[in-house]
Write a protein that binds this ligand. Structure first.
Ligand SMILES: *Cc1c(COP(=O)(O)O)cnc(C)c1O
Length: 236
C-alpha cells in the first residue's frame, strides 16, 4: 500500500492545478483540505507524512478529538471543523480546531464569540451557506447571509470571518452544481462590499465536484474519498 496515498494526493493536486490554470488562476491559491472522517490516525498520519497536506477537516468534534490529541506535535498541521457543531461541544471545538468552517447560525456565532472572549483568543470561522436550499443541509440561506454576516461583524469582535463554505447539491447536473458554487462566489463579493472587509476563503468542492468548484472560484477544496478511498460508513 505504500505510495498509493501519495500518488492519489499528487494526482488530485495535478487536477487542482489544471482547473486553476484553466480559469486563469494561480494553482497555489487553492488549498487541498484532506477530510478525515471515518479514517484512522494511521491513515491520516500517512497523508501528513507525504508533506503534501497541511490542513485536515473533521466533521465531528468527538471523532476529531481522539485524532488531534494523539497527533505528534512536530507534524505541523491545522485542523478545521467542517461538520455541524452542537452547542454542548463548542468549548471543546475551540480547544481542538484552528477554524470552524461550519458556523450556521447567529446563535452559534454568539456562543463561540463568548467563549473566545473568555479565552482571550479570537476564533477563525467560516459561515456555512446552504446554496442548494436542500432541507437536509445546514447553513444560512443565501438571502439571510448578508444580514447575518453584518450582525456578526458588528456584535462579535472575537470572531474573524475568514471564509464562506458550502456543500454543493448531490447531483451530476453540472449546471446545477456550478450555480451553487457561483452563488457562493457572488455572495462573497457582495458581503465584501457591504461589510468593507475582505473574506479570504471560498471553501467549496468535494471529491465529485472539486474541479467545477475551482473553476467557479474555490480557494479550498475538501476532499475525502478521492484521497483516502471510499468510506465504509458514510456519515456526515
Ligand atoms: C465528507 C465531507 C467532505 C468530503 O467528501 P468526499 O465526497 O468524500 O470528498 C467535504 N465536506 C464536508 C462538509 C463533508 O462532510
Amino acid at each position: 500500500m505504500v505510495g498509493i496515498l501519495k500518488d492519489r494526493i499528487l494526482s488530485i493536486k495535478d487536477r487542482i492545478s489544471e482547473s486553476a490554470r484553466k480559469s486563469g488562476r494561480d494553482p497555489s491559491d487553492v488549498i487541498l483540505v484532506a477530510v478525515t472522517k471515518t479514517r484512522t490516525l494511521d491513515e491520516i498520519l500517512e497523508a501528513a507524512h507525504t508533506g503534501e497536506i497541511s490542513v485536515f477537516g473533521e466533521n465531528r468534534v468527538q471523532e476529531g478529538e481522539g485524532k488531534i490529541i494523539s497527533w505528534p506535535r512536530e507534524l505541523d498541521v491545522r485542523w478545521h471543523l467542517i461538520g455541524h457543531l452542537q452547542r454542548n461541544k463548542a468549548r471543546k471545538a475551540l480547544d481542538l480546531f484552528k477554524c470552524i468552517q461550519s458556523v450556521d447560525s447567529t446563535r452559534l456565532a454568539e456562543l463561540i464569540n463568548r467563549m473566545s472572549e473568555e479565552r482571550g483568543i479570537p476564533m477563525d470561522i467560516f459561515l456555512e451557506i446552504n446554496t442548494s436550499g436542500e432541507a437536509s443541509k445546514f447553513g444560512f440561506l443565501p438571502m439571510e447571509a448578508e444580514s447575518a454576516c453584518l450582525e456578526i461583524l458588528e456584535k462579535y469582535p472575537f470572531l474573524k470571518i475568514n471564509g464562506l463554505m458550502t456543500i454543493g447539491p448531490l447531483s451530476n447536473d453540472e449546471m446545477l452544481v456550478r450555480s451553487s458554487f457561483s452563488q457562493l462566489r457572488e455572495l462573497k463579493e457582495k458581503l465584501e462590499i457591504s461589510s468593507g472587509r475582505r473574506i479570504s476563503e471560498l471553501s467549496m468542492g468535494m471529491s465529485g465536484d472539486y474541479e467545477w468548484a475551482i473553476e467557479e472560484g474555490s480557494t479550498m477544496v475538501r476532499i475525502g474519498s478521492a484521497l483516502f478511498g471510499p468510506r465504509i460508513y458514510d456519515r456526515d
